[in-house]
Design a protein around this ligand. Sequence first.
Ligand SMILES: [Zn+2]
Length: 308
Amino acid sequence: MLSDTHFHFRILREDEEWTRAKVLQEMAAAGFRFALDIGTDADDLPARQDLFEQTFALMEGGAGANVQAGANTQAVEACKKFIYFSAGIWPDPDSIKNRAACVEALRKNILAARASSAPFRKKLCALGECGLDHHWNPSGADNRSQDDFDAAMISGERALFLAQLELAKELDLPVIVHSRDAAAETLECVKESGWGGRSVIHCYSYGQDEARAFLDAGCMISFSGSVTYAKKSKMEAMRGLLAYVPQDRILLETDAPYLAPVPLRGKPNNPTYIEWTYKAAAEARGVGVEALAQTVYENSRAFFGLQE
Ligand SMILES: [Zn+2]
């Protein structure tokens, strides 16, 4: 019944406890309704889709999933229904420098997925993640800098984000926005694009005032397992923030393999761990986990335009 609106299948960590096949198997067994595999490079979509298909083959062969072969056919069918894809360009230095070519490659990959004759490969429902990261890409405001990061790169990062917002408008796709240490500038870009009502601020890391501003711009807000990290002194503020976002604007995500929620903090994350984030958010909002799961699913359907 749960949904994970943001995870990275290709970089999930495999170890003795978890393989990718086992993650999908457990997601199917838990009745997942929606899970969105997120892109970060202009060209990564075909390889990500290949990896799912290879993992499905492993599951159907009974290998790697620690379960009997026949049981997996149903799980694979379920996964083919609840898994969707996004494609977008994370603002790394190379993509910023080569942004015109990267955005063009992204457009081609999205159009190729849309034109595919394979139903699973057509399940592209969003553009992203894209945005501004002034933690990794220092703005200079806090005296940090990076040799290859100067004013031209900062304006290039913004240009790359704006170009993807424009592409999303052209292709009529919602946008998954990555924003770290860059709330005001992110808001400016989203407003400038006029695409705020089709944007989600993923892994939301700002406060209530910024939430008000993003909500006023029409954005959705998506919380990750980091909401379970608040220190005791900040716990009330975090609960207040979780309760503050209106029912029709909230999404939840893992951002796996990053940000495993407490009590699993520090482990490699995977979508099955999202139940802890649902518990924390449901408690703060004074609703049951099932009701919140229904809310997040309905919001996902509307925002990402899901068919099922
Ligand atoms: Zn991500």
